[in-house]
Ligand binder design. Structure first.
Ligand code: URA
Length: 250
């Protein structure tokens, strides 16, 4: 739910421009209500009745050049991250933010990735501008299991499932063993792995610890939210609604 704000601040926070640019948008009548009536910088946007008889509109009633506004604050996005794209705001090369509308780069609060996937990993990536939601989705207390599918360089030995399930595997350079993880063999060189934590390059390092190597890695699901069910092709994204959010634990 978006907190009410003056139209000028509201549009600035959505990335529609600097204070001056937004003022110019409004002054030239390009910001209207759904009926095409021009709005004023001091009009309010948000839920609920305005104070002292002012003018307040819900987010969905505002138009810029006749088009509905970008998503309201509090968004949660599912992206099918392709291989070769980095989860960062400034690395060289292609970034996950390049796959989203360019105006979103100027949103305040910023849209952050919920955790990360390696550049060479594909699959389900969540992004949000909601700090509380980000905290909940990343905190170990509210942990959501993550399901990965890995193609391997060598045949599975048959001992990996027991090793990963034991909760005793120590990765190189670490001092705390991994939590138990479930491995399901899908073929001689293919496995599904369910993790309950997210350490740096965890899947690749787990297989490296068994003398194997990950060739391709794809995240299929987070909690009850499966990428296949979202119907997103690589590089595509969409906003998640209440039913899909509930699959992430509420
Ligand atoms: N484990 C990895 O090794 N890489 C990822 O991107 C995610 C989990």
């Amino acid at each position: 739910m978006s907190k009410p704000a003056k139209l000028r601040q509201y549009l600035q926070a959505l990335g529609y421009g600097t204070r001056r640019e937004v003022e110019a948008l409004v002054a030239t009548g390009r910001v209207t209500d759904a009926a095409g009536e021009p709005l004023y910088v001091d009009d309010e946007v948000g839920e609920g009745a305005p104070a002292r008889g002012g003018h307040r509109l819900p987010h969905d009633a505002v138009r810029v050049d006749g088009a509905p506004l970008d998503p309201a604050p509090g968004l949660l996005v599912a992206l099918h991250k392709p291989v070769g794209v980095t989860c960062s705001t400034k690395d060289p090369g292609k970034l996950v933010y390049d796959l989203l509308p360019s105006r979103w780069k100027a949103r305040e609060p910023i849209v952050s990735t919920v955790g990360r996937l390696d550049k060479d990993t594909s699959g389900l990536l969540l992004l949000t501008d909601d700090g509380q939601l980000l905290h909940r989705l990343t905190s170990p207390k509210h942990h959501q299991p993550k399901l990965y599918r890995a193609a391997l360089a060598e045949d599975l030995r048959g001992t990996e499932a027991a090793l990963f399930a034991a909760g005793t595997l120590m990765l190189e350079g670490e001092t705390k063993p991994l939590l138990p993880a479930a491995l399901e063999a899908m073929g001689p060189r293919e496995a599904r792995l369910t993790l309950h934590e997210g350490r740096y390059h965890q899947v690749r390092r787990m297989f490296a610890a068994t003398g194997n190597a990950v060739v391709t890695l794809h995240r299929e699901a987070i909690g009850g939210l499966a990428l296949d069910a979202l119907g997103l092709a690589p590089g595509e994204w969409r906003l998640l609604g209440p039913a899909e959010r509930a699959l992430l634990g509420g």
